[in-house]
Every structure is written in structure tokens, then in C-alpha cells.
Design a protein around this ligand. Structure first.
Ligand code: GLN
Length: 179
């Protein structure tokens, strides 16, 4: 299996380190041809407006949306915002909902893996999921900061910035259709 990590802007390097640790192959996606042969995609955190403009500039926007319609995708933070903007997650999101960059924080969360697990979650100028519009969406944490809708996984925080690979492991299992 090979996962593509969108690498135009933002926190993509740490995601690759996490996937490496789990023995999962990945490549950085910067051009449309990078999507060929990939099994899944990871959209990192960063700044969603800037990512959007760079997706337009590189000609990636349409191919990546098309890819995302038929493959598993994990969006973290700005990546979650893109998935919601593309209509792939049925949620309403408020950007920068906790305030400015300086109001970033980290918090312990219980996530609903089997068995449930406590993790430290890092929120950086994070969005908030204000409304969930589909009964298909599973909330995988004690508050709606980590969700799954079918083949899409999304977190409003940065799971690549801690030492705990559980969330990336969950995504790999989802890609391998083990969940
Ligand atoms: N504030 C960013 C945005 O609106 C998201 C922050 C992040 O990805 N850490 O796109």
C-alpha cells in the first residue's frame, strides 16, 4: 500500500515520519501525476486558503478531488477544512474557532479505538466542527474533533506532532479495509 501526502504547504514531513514508523510507504504529492497508483491520501494541516490556491496553481485541484471521491482520505486540521469544502464530509466547520495562533493548546482526549485510548491532541489555530449533517458520521473522540465518514477520516488537531502513532495506525487499517 502507498499513501500520498499532499506536500504543498504545512505539516507534511511529520506525517511521513509517522507513516515510516508504522512501516507504511508514502510519497509527497505535488503534481497531478504523483497521484497515479496511490491507494489513499493524507491532507495535512497548514493553512487551507493557501493550500487551495496552491492546488489551483499546480493544476492539482480537480485531479485530487476526483481521487478523493474514490479513495480513503485522512484530513487533519486544514485538511479537514478542505474535505468539508469539497463536500466529502457532511459537516459545517468554523475556521480558527479557538482564536489566534497564540491561543493554540494541547489537550488530553479519549479516542474510540479498540480498546479506547487516551492521547494528547495538539490544536493549532484549529477549526471546530459546528454541525454534523449525516448519520453516517462516527464521532471517534469524547468531543467531535476526530470523525469518520465511511472512507474519510478527519481530525481538527495534529496527530503527527505527538509521539503516538495510534491515529495513523487507525487510518492505515481503514485503508486496508480492516475497519
Ligand atoms: N487555521 C488554519 C485554516 O484555517 C488551519 C490550522 C491548521 O491546519 N493547523 O486553514
Amino acid at each position: 500500500m502507498r499513501i500520498g501526502i499532499l506536500a504543498l504547504q504545512g505539516a507534511y514531513v511529520k506525517h511521513q515520519e509517522m507513516l515510516n514508523r508504522l512501516g507504511c510507504r508514502s510519497i509527497f504529492v505535488r503534481f497531478p501525476h504523483d497521484l497515479v497508483g496511490l491507494d489513499a491520501l493524507l491532507l495535512p494541516g497548514g493553512e487551507s486558503t493557501s493550500m487551495h490556491y496552491q492546488l489551483v496553481r499546480t493544476g492539482l485541484l480537480s485531479p485530487i478531488k476526483e481521487f478523493a471521491c474514490s479513495h480513503p482520505v485522512f484530513g487533519t486540521c486544514a485538511g479537514l477544512i478542505l474535505l468539508a469544502d469539497w463536500g466529502l464530509l457532511d459537516i459545517t466547520v468554523a475556521r480558527n474557532a479557538y482564536g489566534r495562533q497564540a491561543a493554540s493548546f494541547s489537550k488530553e482526549l479519549e479516542i474510540k479505538l479498540t480498546p479506547p485510548k487516551k492521547i494528547e491532541a495538539v490544536f493549532i489555530r484549529a477549526p471546530k466542527i459546528e454541525k454534523i449533517h449525516s448519520s453516517e458520521i462516527e464521532v471517534l473522540a469524547d468531543t467531535p474533533v476526530f470523525i469518520r465518514q465511511g472512507k474519510y477520516l478527519a481530525a481538527t488537531f495534529h496527530p503527527e506532532l505527538t509521539n503516538d502513532p495510534s491515529i495513523h495506525h487507525y487510518f492505515i487499517q481503514l485503508c486496508e479495509k480492516k475497519l
